[in-house]
Design a protein around this ligand. Structure first.
Ligand code: PEP
Ligand code: MG
Length: 312
């Protein structure tokens, strides 16, 4: 069945009733772009930029960064590319930025928190992105910040990025406080992208790197689904796009539930695109909403999985 799917035409993501759900790729390096395009990625929903910084004694120059971003944007001519600014700290420690002595690095200085303290690093990255966008006018560049906790941090990032010439600026929703404040946040930025890996870790208070609590790292948990619903509802009311770029989007049955919760785009590892595309095509928006509702009422992740699969 896999072979026949791979051979099928790479149609854009859509539900059985024609509702469009763009399917995007998560990439960590411009070299991965061609493979994603071959698998039918309609753009990039999460470009992780840490690869440029890993193992470096200092931040890469604007020039070097621009070159990498240009290659990425050129590979997605005519499409949308969402780039996340550097997410240093916790599971992504960087020698020159992260404090190795934090006792709870996941709750420490990471993501936008570090960049705000070291604003030159952020300004250089945004400058390189803006220059790359200018060189690739046929590609739509969106930029977003990781680990944003509230509307004040959202406004800080949006204002800085726009002052440097970036046009479409958003935030990742991966801290529960941002979901709780969803209405304020969607009014203050152009889009939101839900990082379900961290959102699950922080909602369930279970370190995503710790094997002994790995069973808590389950985005089917109804508490996580309710966080996502807060964001989906707020986004729909304000007309602000809300995507998902965490691992949850790569689980075909959960992808359907996410759409039912109001999520408008799904971004995943390219290998998952075919299965998610196939599953979405089997349900209407009404059915997706029905499954989402049943999952929201569940008492556990396992119950939510079962409830979403049961016939209506
Ligand atoms: C996430 O947290 O869901 C996410 C997409 O970002 P990362 O896995 O890089 O932290
Ligand atoms: Mg994250």
């Amino acid at each position: 069945e896999r072979a026949s799917r791979a051979a099928a035409p790479l149609t854009p993501g859509a539900l059985a009733d024609g509702t469009s759900v763009p399917l995007l790729a998560n990439l960590g390096n411009p070299d991965e772009a061609k493979h994603a395009v071959d698998l039918g990625a309609e753009g990039v929903g999460l470009f992780r930029t840490e690869f440029l910084f890993l193992g470096e004694a200092e931040a890469p120059s604007v020039e070097r960064q621009r070159e990498a971003y240009s290659r990425l944007l050129q590979a997605f001519e005519g499409k949308k590319v969402v780039v996340r600014v550097l997410d240093a700290g916790a599971d992504k420690p960087l020698a020159f930025l992260s404090d190795a002595h934090e006792e709870n690095p996941a709750l420490g200085l990471r993501g936008i928190r570090v960049l705000r303290q070291r604003e030159t690093v952020l300004r250089d990255q945004l400058t390189a992105l803006q220059q790359a966008a200018e060189q690739a006018p046929g590609t739509e560049l969106w930029v977003m910040a990781p680990m944003v906790s509230d509307v004040e941090e959202t406004e800080y990032f949006v204002e800085l990025a726009k002052s440097l010439g970036l046009r479409t600026v958003g935030v990742m929703a991966e801290v529960p406080s941002l979901a709780v404040l969803a209405e304020q946040v969607v009014a203050a930025c152009d889009f939101v992208s839900i990082g379900t890996n961290d959102l699950t870790q922080y909602t369930l208070a279970a370190d995503r790197l710790l094997g002994s609590v790995a069973s808590f790292q389950d985005p089917w948990h109804p508490a996580v689904l309710r966080m996502i619903k807060l964001l989906g509802d707020a986004g729909n009311a304000a007309g602000t796009p809300v995507g998902v770029c965490g691992e949850a989007a790569a689980d075909p049955r959960l992808a359907v539930v996410l759409v039912g919760l109001g999520v408008t785009t799904l971004s995943m590892t390219p290998a998952a695109l075919a299965d998610v595309r196939a599953e979405l095509a089997t349900v209407t928006l009404d059915e997706a909403r029905g499954r989402a509702e049943r999952a929201l009422g569940a008492r556990s992740a396992a119950d939510a999985r079962a409830a979403a699969s049961a016939p209506a």
